[in-house]
Design a protein around this ligand. Structure first.
Ligand SMILES: NC(=O)c1ccc[n+]([C@@H]2O[C@H](COP(=O)([O-])OP(=O)(O)OC[C@H]3O[C@@H](n4cnc5c(N)ncnc54)[C@H](O)[C@@H]3O)[C@@H](O)[C@H]2O)c1
Length: 258
């Protein structure tokens, strides 16, 4: 039985009720996990209020700012987690960013700055957060991140984010190899296209979704809660033998050819 009772689960990347991280947080909570949430702070505190109101029904025992571009903030956030929780069992990395200009047109036009920014926020951050969580996972743990097919295939307009997802998937393997000894498992979920704040920046996202609805074996795309179920499974003891993997939760689209 899928049971996460007594597990401390830190979920990053909730921006609104369409966020995949929100679907994951709900399913982890349903399975009994104690939820902690981090959000990306902005100057006016708008995101803090919005996310706080949204996650209230899950009664998170931690609610902290964490901009992965800010080393000091990451350090202080994990310091607070250590003081309040003592240990982390589950870390959900569910964040990414690229400039809108770099998510349309030709990949050869990607700027140096846009490339670095996308790779830093979307891929390096997994190693950064895993490194911060590692000392708090002395009893073992599970880390799950979110990727997309554009990391292994050339998908129109996905461009620099595809390169970032390739780096992210490779990071999953290197982290799994390093942290396995400490009984920390690291896996990725490759989700089918879903309408969210982040995906709306990708040129032609609605066409991508319609295409999947036509050709995927299940003739539809997936929901945030379905991704959440897969994440809960990967974070549970039911997946105790699985690490370093990319699990496709995409209504079967990945297997299709002509
Ligand atoms: N929506 C899709 O179709 C889809 C498909 C496959 C994978 N994914 C991946 O799922 C993950 C979540 O995206 P989503 O689609 O739910 O969109 P979303 O916009 O709801 O989530 C993206 C999150 O990244 C956070 N973020 C951006 N920059 C950050 C920073 N510097 N520090 C901390 N957080 C930061 C945002 O605040 C936001 O919460 C991403 O990795 C995305 O690439 C999405």
């Amino acid at each position: 039985m899928l049971d996460l009772t007594g597990k401390n689960a830190l979920v990053t990347g909730i921006a609104n009720n369409r966020s995949i991280a929100w679907g994951i947080a709900q399913q982890l909570h349903k399975a009994g996990a104690n939820i902690g949430v981090t959000y990306l702070p902005d100057e006016k505190g708008k995101m803090e209020k919005k996310v706080k109101d949204l996650v209230e029904p899950l009664s998170p025992s931690l609610f902290l700012p964490c901009n992965v571009q800010d080393d000091e903030q990451v350090k202080s956030t994990f310091g607070t987690i250590k003081d309040k929780w003592g240990s982390i069992d589950i870390l959900v990395h569910c964040l990414a960013f690229a400039k809108k200009d770099d998510l349309t047109g030709g990949f050869s036009e990607t700027s140096r700055e846009g490339f670095s920014l996308a790779l830093e926020i979307s891929a390096y951050s997994l190693a950064l957060l895993a490194g911060a969580a590692k000392p708090l996972m002395s009893e073992g743990g599970s880390i799950v991140t979110l990727t997309y097919l554009g990391g292994v295939r050339a998908i129109p307009n996905y461009n620099v984010m595809g390169v970032a997802k390739a780096a992210l998937e490779s990071s999953v393997r290197y982290l799994a190899a390093e942290l396995g000894e400490q009984k920390i498992r690291v896996n990725a979920i490759s989700a089918g296209p879903i309408r969210t704040l982040a995906s709306s920046a990708v040129g032609g996202i609605l066409d991508m979704i319609h295409h999947v609805e036509e050709v995927a074996p299940l003739k539809r795309t997936v929901t945030q809660l379905e991704v959440g179920n897969a994440a809960a499974f990967l974070c549970s003891d039911l997946a105790s033998g699985i690490t370093g993997q990319v699990l496709y939760v995409d209504a079967g689209y990945e297997i299709t050819g002509m």
